[in-house]
Write a protein that binds this ligand. Structure first.
Ligand SMILES: [Zn+2]
Length: 470
């Protein structure tokens, strides 16, 4: 096998074509072991790859950024005293949580006494306040084998892969690093890669110069159990993987207070623990409508929550009371299995009509063959008074904007009528997706006066007045 040396310019363009869920190649390697034999970085930051097979190497590297968390040395604090650091909180959809929260472990013979002691501290940190337990392995079929990474970065697969699963610890070991890698093993991705990260941070790719850049740049399709957490043990610091000395991850302006806090925590954050507790207690994450969402359509609301591999059904309740004493909906809904290769997904249920202007609360619990799991915390949402929102501006000349909200895919017609109910103009007619829609009316050419904008969506008809001033 000839060894190829190549300089990586912009790896992003290559790796984006890889299906992030194609895990076969990893499954074929022994014991989920990352094939470090193919990739060496003599000196971190040089960005050279030495690989035996170019294509295989690139695929492995691309996948590694998504399926594995390979934290370059110094990143979750590979060097004692180095305050560059990392942690995560969106959970992997591709692999299930560890059965009953039991993560059995074994130490490889490469692990020295000092590292063992730090690992045991890290287990304790994750056990504290969560349902996770890290017992030394006896007969468990699925377990972590903790291995010294040699000259390579620390890394861990994300989630339970089944069988013996290696987790590599860079030397000299430190507690932050190991808590972070364990976070990966129990299912957490990097916080700064979760699906909603662009609302919270800006990634400066121009400053990233590393074969591990995918650990920052990729956005991963995660299920987010808790709000974005700059303090997560799964968040990288602002200058992670920088090649220019400038920041690579910067909070959006309204979150700038976290600039120097992210990626530096010495503890597993409260939100990290809350996310893990929900996941390992079988408590669904409520996704939509979000808590305190307004303007929900009265014709019916889409409820979306996260699913678990062992669910047979979900119990869904909606009430006008936060105590759920009078129920508007109280239903058991058969669980839908996610499409492979996903192990975890989301499920949707559409309600019947709700009262306009009312506030409702909803919650979900999982039913397994053995028991009912705990309820999720309730989320509240408010039902819009109308499908049609007030037009703006109003009065207007000559143009105005009309907005409406659909709860489901509907045949929609929007017309302008005069006060006699005669059609002036049809603005829109078609089959539309759920969500907020916007349509403009330009009234130049029409006389000043009062007009109606009229909407039919399925069997619902609404109209509002507006004033054209000239
Ligand atoms: Zn990591």
């Amino acid at each position: 096998m000839t060894e190829t040396k190549l300089k990586i310019g912009n790896l992003k363009n290559i790796v984006m074509i890889i299906n992030p869920l194609d895990t076969c190649r990893f499954r074929e390697t022994s014991e989920n072991k990352f094939p470090t034999g193919y990739i060496h970085h003599k000196e971190f930051g040089l960005d050279y790859l030495y690989i035996g097979n170019l294509c295989l190497g690139i695929i492995l590297l691309a996948l590694s950024a998504i399926l594995f968390a390979q934290d370059p040395s110094g990143l979750p604090g590979g060097v004692p005293g180095d305050d560059r650091f990392v942690i995560h909180a969106g959970i992997s959809r591709s692999f299930p949580p560890w059965t009953d929260g039991i993560v059995a472990y074994e130490f490889d013979s490469t692990i020295v006494e000092r590292t063992r002691d730090i690992c045991i501290q890290a287990f304790y940190k994750w056990e504290e306040g969560t349902p996770l337990r890290f017992p030394p392995r006896t007969t468990e079929e699925n377990y972590l084998l903790i291995v010294d990474s040699g000259n390579s970065p620390s890394f861990s697969a994300v989630g339970m892969r089944g069988g013996r699963q290696r987790i590599y610890i860079a030397q000299p070991a430190n507690l932050r690093n190991i808590m972070h890698e364990l976070g990966h093993a129990i299912g957490l991705h990097h916080e700064h890669q979760r699906s909603d990260r662009d609302q919270y941070v800006v990634i400066h790719e121009e400053n990233i110069g590393s074969i591990y850049g995918g650990n920052i740049t990729f956005v991963i399709s995660t299920i987010n159990y808790t709000p974005y957490d700059f303090l997560s043990i799964m968040h990288y610091p602002r200058n992670a993987l920088t090649s220019t000395g400038k920041n690579t991850i910067v909070p959006r302006e309204e979150y700038m207070e976290y600039l120097d806090l992210m990626g530096r925590s010495n503890e597993i954050s409260e939100l990290d623990k809350l996310a893990v507790t929900k996941i390992y207690s079988g408590i669904p994450a409520l996704i939509s409508p979000a808590d305190q969402a307004g303007q929900q359509p009265h014709s019916g609301v889409f409820l979306e929550w996260s699913t678990f591999p062992d669910a047979i059904a979900y119990h869904v309740q909606i009430s006008k009371s936060k105590a759920f004493d009078a129920l508007f909906l109280n239903e058991s809904i058969a669980a839908i299995s996610p499409e492979p290769p996903l192990a975890m997904g989301t499920q949707i249920y559409t309600t019947s009509s709700l009262e306009k202007g009312e506030t409702y609360y909803w919650r979900v619990r999982m039913i397994t063959p053995a028991e009912s799991k705990p309820w999720s915390d309730p989320f509240g949402f408010q039902v819009a008074h109308y499908l049609l929102r007030p037009n703006y501006p109003n009065p207007f000349n000559p143009g105005t904007t009309i907005e409406f909200v659909l709860s489901r895919k509907s045949d929609v017609t929007v017309k302008i009528l005069n006060l006699l109910g005669e059609e002036v103009e049809t603005l829109l007619s078609g089959n539309l997706e759920p969500g907020l829609h916007t349509v403009q009316w330009n009234a130049s050419g029409h006389a000043a006066g009062i007009y109606l904008y009229w909407l039919r969506a399925g069997d619902i008809v609404e109209a509002r007045k507006m004033i054209l001033m000239k």
